[in-house]
Design a protein around this ligand. Structure first.
Ligand code: 13P
Length: 249
């Protein structure tokens, strides 16, 4: 039985004091909660939030990471710097990174391998655009992003990888994939993992859903066999909207 992994991606929201306040509330509300948890504040709030979640059941996540350990990379943040702040999980290949900031699969794969080599857990995001879904290419896009994102990742390293299926058309739009549609893609991604690794690796793989997940639809999504958690944006920005998802069993 896979345990749900409920993760909040705070994107570019919250000042340090706002992030501190939310993290403090979540530590109290999720104490003893039934699932695995992570919150990913902006880089500027990582230090403050790290001190709050340290030693609790909430992991500290970063929303991105550089392809390199150090050097002339203006504006980037290195794995060494993230480790220094107590970061445990790194979100990579988010659709906003892919589409707004033009990160391609080669770059994302480099980041995935670097993050794993430094002992981080990785949430690798995959998902199709609306036009790709309408053209019947959702599976092909997710397969390519999964295969290329995980190229060169060993079976042992894969144990530290979570895949987040985030259909781009459902992110921040209020449109959610139906539980059936999402489950079908999750099952398909599991098949891709079987073909790349093994049936047991696929069985153990945590596959989160992301895209307008909220207190009203989380239970139906999580009830599906292949949906093992959520990567939550908007609804992760307040304890009162994150908590009902986080406490789903
Ligand atoms: P929303 O929950 O705001 O749609 O965002 C999903 C997401 O992109 C999480 O990474």
């Amino acid at each position: 039985m896979r345990k749900y992994f409920i993760a909040g991606n705070w994107k570019m929201h919250k000042t340090v004091s706002e992030a501190t306040a939310l993290a403090t509330e979540l530590v109290a509300e999720l104490k003893g909660g039934p699932n695995k948890y992570m919150i990913a504040p902006t880089f500027t709030s990582l230090d403050a939030v790290s001190k709050i979640v340290k030693g609790t059941n909430i992991l500290l996540g970063a929303q991105n990471m550089s392809t390199d350990e150090q050097g002339a990379h203006t504006g980037e943040v290195s794995p060494l710097q993230l480790k220094d702040l107590g970061v445990q999980v790194v979100i990579l290949g988010h659709s906003e990174r892919r589409h707004t900031y033009k990160e391609d699969d080669t770059m994302i794969n480099k980041k995935v391998k670097l993050a794993l080599s430094h002992g981080f857990e990785v949430i690798l995001c995959v998902g199709e655009l609306l036009e790709e879904r309408e053209a019947g290419k959702a599976e092909a896009v997710c397969e390519e992003q999964t295969r290329k994102g995980l190229a060169g990742v060993s079976a042992d390293e894969l144990k530290k990888v979570t895949i987040a299926y985030e259909p781009v058309w459902a992110i921040g739009t209020g449109k959610t994939a139906t539980p059936e549609d999402a489950d079908a893609i999750h099952a398909f991604i599991r098949k891709v993992i079987t073909s790349m690794y093994s049936a047991s690796a696929a069985e153990q793989m945590i596959i989160q859903y992301g895209g307008s997940m909220n207190a009203g639809n989380a239970e139906a999504l999580l009830a599906k066999e292949n949906i093992d958690g959520g990567l939550i944006g908007g609804a992760a920005l307040k304890a009162e909207t994150f908590k009902p998802i986080a406490l789903c069993k």
